[in-house]
Design a protein around this ligand. Sequence first.
Ligand code: ADP
Ligand code: MG
Length: 253
Amino acid sequence: MAALEFIRVEQLTKVYTLGEVEVHALCGVTLTIARGEFLAVMGASGSGKSTFMNILGCLDRPTSGRYLLDGIDVATLNADERAELRSTKLGFVFQNFNLLSRTSAAENVELPLVYSAVSVKEQHARALSALRAVGLAGREHHLPSQLSGGQQQRVAIARALVNSPVLILADEPTGNLDSTTSVEVMETFMALNRQGITIIVVTHESDIAQFAQRRIIFRDGLVVTDERKGEGAFIPASLAEEGQNGKAVPGGE
Ligand code: ADP
Ligand code: MG
């Protein structure tokens, strides 16, 4: 069982101090996520979703509690080791795409490799392969302004893919997209998940969460709901696990 555990957080808290005021963004979150899961994170604005994602992405540290990623206690890593972990294991996708506007799709995708040991030729090859993986073959030389919103977000997904991450963290990736385009982006995540990449997507739209196999809901810094897909609808994770005869690998091939 322990070997399947990819992410484990235990009693995670995060307190932001703003002058005299303390904001309790996370109030003791305990959760495990298996390799290969596709998880939707929901909850009202201010409930702690982004704080949780930033900690999972090693972009921020908890005030207390433990975070183990692939068996590694992230708190034991120094800044360089955390940066190394981010660039080798994690991919990030944001609401605003964060693409460089005067730079082609291919060059945007190559960006995470520019300061790496990867040769320029190999950088081009990996960028093309990542663009192909998100259905954007033939658009390598387009500028972001020459692409639709959904295509721009898929360029951002390709950029997240170029280091072959095991985990993609996407914080409201469809927040700026219309519903048709949102579906296109979520289908891209589904295809990557089928290849074994663990995907965690924050959304406040139930339709979008339907693409995931599991959804958790935050309220006031706590996970108040944890559900898995059973027969097409979300049911409490505890019931879904019973139904699997103790097998804890959702969607495993
Ligand atoms: P969500 O993503 O669910 O909207 P957040 O994780 O961004 O929620 O925020 C949770 C709480 O923490 C909110 O009350 C927010 O105002 C506060 N918060 C988030 N980031 C900071 C910060 N850098 N400094 C102070 N307070 C913050
Ligand atoms: Mg947020």
